[in-house]
Design a protein around this ligand. Structure first.
Ligand SMILES: NC(=O)c1ccc[n+]([C@@H]2O[C@H](COP(=O)([O-])OP(=O)(O)OC[C@H]3O[C@@H](n4cnc5c(N)ncnc54)[C@H](O)[C@@H]3O)[C@@H](O)[C@H]2O)c1
Length: 252
């Protein structure tokens, strides 16, 4: 991989690529000439998108399951004939006041949002090194930067993802690998639709939109554009965190 990456002809894994922000990332990367393996727990959803978007194929796996991801990354890299880009986008949330939650919920949130990132990064780094370098982009959340009521463990996972991004960026720079993080604010996806089923969560989301300078949700493609920027950015841009939140959160 070059110091300034030309992504036309590159290869990528996008986790959680079947819908929402992940599907927008799949579409943006393929439009830029990247071949993409869509790794998702939702096998049908991933297959459906792969049929719609040329230059993609689906691989079913739970990102939090190391053995399943070992097989998925192996299949993806064999079919792609290498790996240049890893996008860790798969995520899940359930909004509930922390004191009302049980540890089974914490386990599920950590399994998907944190261990899922560890697994994919651990498995992808040797492949990226074999390609002569590469790009890792982690989709975290502004919840991990500024906290969020009803999302304490999710926010902890996303804050952990931000810290993990910076540490892995330090460890892999000498291999020509960059590791960066995109933090969406509230974004119009199926996940947000699920969260808004709960009346109190819906009211909180509406209040957040009113407090957002742009006065609206992000569209998935706006987040995908930031992800694609890091996927094609020069090697000197690493360990960075970029919010896509309509001005709700601003960098210090
Ligand atoms: N939508 C928002 O408002 C928002 C805000 C901040 C951050 N995010 C983050 O953006 C990312 C994408 O979110 P979204 O809103 O598009 O969600 P979504 O639910 O619309 O899509 C998530 C995708 O991830 C897949 N997935 C879930 N668990 C998985 C697992 N264990 N293994 C493999 N795939 C799995 C789902 O099947 C789905 O295709 C997530 O990391 C989320 O935390 C979303």
């Amino acid at each position: 991989m070059n110091d300034h990456q030309e992504i036309n002809g590159a290869t990528a894994i996008v986790t959680g690529g079947a819908k929402g922000i992940g599907a927008a990332i799949v579409r943006r990367l393929t439009a830029a000439g990247v071949s993409v393996a869509i790794v998702d727990l939702d096998a049908d959803g991933a297959e459906k998108l792969a049929h719609e978007v040329p230059g993609t194929f689906a691989v079913a796996a739970d990102v939090g399951d190391y053995a399943a991801m070992y097989a998925a990354v192996d299949e993806a890299c064999t079919r792609l004939n290498g790996l240049d880009i890893l996008i860790n986008n798969a995520g899940w949330d359930h909004v509930q006041r922390f004191t009302d939650t049980e540890s089974t919920l914490w386990d599920k949130l950590i399994h998907i949002n944190l261990k899922g990132v560890f697994n994919a990064v651990h498995l992808a780094i040797p492949r990226l090194i074999s390609s002569g370098g590469g790009r890792i982009v982690n989709v975290a959340s502004d919840a991990g930067r500024v906290g969020s009521s009803g999302e304490a463990v999710y926010a902890a996972c996303k804050g952990g993802t931000i810290a993990f991004t910076k540490s892995i960026a330090r460890e892999t720079a000498r291999h020509g690998i960059t590791v960066n993080c995109v933090c969406p604010g509230p974004t119009d996806t199926p996940l947000l639709g699920e969260i808004k089923q709960d009346e109190r969560a819906a009211a909180t989301m509406d209040a957040i939109v009113r407090a957002t300078p742009n006065r609206r949700l992000a569209q998935p493609d706006e987040v995908a554009e930031a992800v694609t920027f890091f996927a094609s950015a020069p090697a000197h841009i690493t360990g960075q965190v970029l919010s896509v939140s309509g001005g709700l959160t601003m960098a210090g």
